[in-house]
Design a protein around this ligand. Structure first.
Ligand code: 5RP
Length: 234
């Protein structure tokens, strides 16, 4: 029987192979946040001579990269990343995600949007039919917390303030419970982002991954976004 950590590590190892097949000496890699991303960072240390450097989606990942001897660059100093690698809290069959369990969703979204390719890695416990059982993280400007919470209630959520948690951007997180099943992740992502006071929410549907590697005991399955397949067929 594989533990969840063993499965996360297996997904991270597969992500190293995927990433190394795409980078050259001048490439920059985007690095996510969380325990799966941590396994990726630790394995990346062994091949840091194959690429130029990284940009990190959180202070925690930045520290771990540096401790592993991997160069970390400021996103403002670069225009494009070859690939962004990160975990997820939930993944549906359209490869739409909920992210932000670790509270790094805004920086994750920014860095992901700078990448030519987004690779998501996860163990099979993250695969769901519909998104929303995992409470949806929403990063808010502190003075807008209660106002945003009221608007989330209007959208059918049961908002809970993640007390004593401040994001790397100095903001707060509301976890929106009770949204399952999210029927249209793209529409809900856009609607919540329109609420004034919201920085961003943890639905990654507009910027969904190009590829997802899922680890199960004894196997890794590769899922490619439909749109990529249509491009390949053209
Ligand atoms: C952090 C995230 C993580 O990718 C997500 O929470 C998954 O974490 P883990 O790899 O520890 O299961 O979005 O903000």
């Amino acid at each position: 029987m594989s533990t969840q950590d063993e499965l996360k590590k297996a997904a991270a190892a597969a992500a190293i192979e995927f990433t190394m097949s795409r980078v050259c000496k001048s490439s920059i890699i985007g690095i996510g946040t969380g325990s799966t991303a941590n396994f990726f960072i630790d394995l990346l240390a062994e091949c840091h001579h194959n690429f130029l450097g990284t940009v990190a989606s959180s202070h925690i990942s930045e520290d771990r990269l540096r401790t592993n001897g991997i160069k970390v660059l400021d996103p403002n100093d670069i225009s494009e990343l070859r690939v962004y690698v990160d975990g997820a809290d939930e993944i549906n069959s359209d490869l739409e995600l909920i992210k932000g369990g670790g509270g790094a969703l805004t920086r994750e979204k920014i860095i992901c949007a700078m990448a030519q390719e987004f690779l998501c890695i996860a163990d099979n416990s993250k695969c769901v039919k519909s998104l929303g059982k995992f409470p949806l993280p929403v990063e808010v400007i502190p003075i807008a917390r209660n106002k945003v919470a009221r608007e989330l209630i209007r959208l059918g959520a049961n908002p809970k303030w993640r007390r004593e948690f401040i994001t790397d951007n100095g903001n707060e997180i509301i976890d929106a419970h009770g949204l399952w099943p999210i029927e249209s992740p793209k529409a809900l992502e856009a609607e919540i982002n329109q609420i004034s006071g919201v920085v961003t929410n943890g639905i990654f549907a507009k910027n969904s991954p190009n590829t997802v590697l899922i680890s199960s005991p004894n196997q890794i399955t590769t899922h490619v976004r439909q749109e990529n397949i249509s491009k390949l067929l053209l």
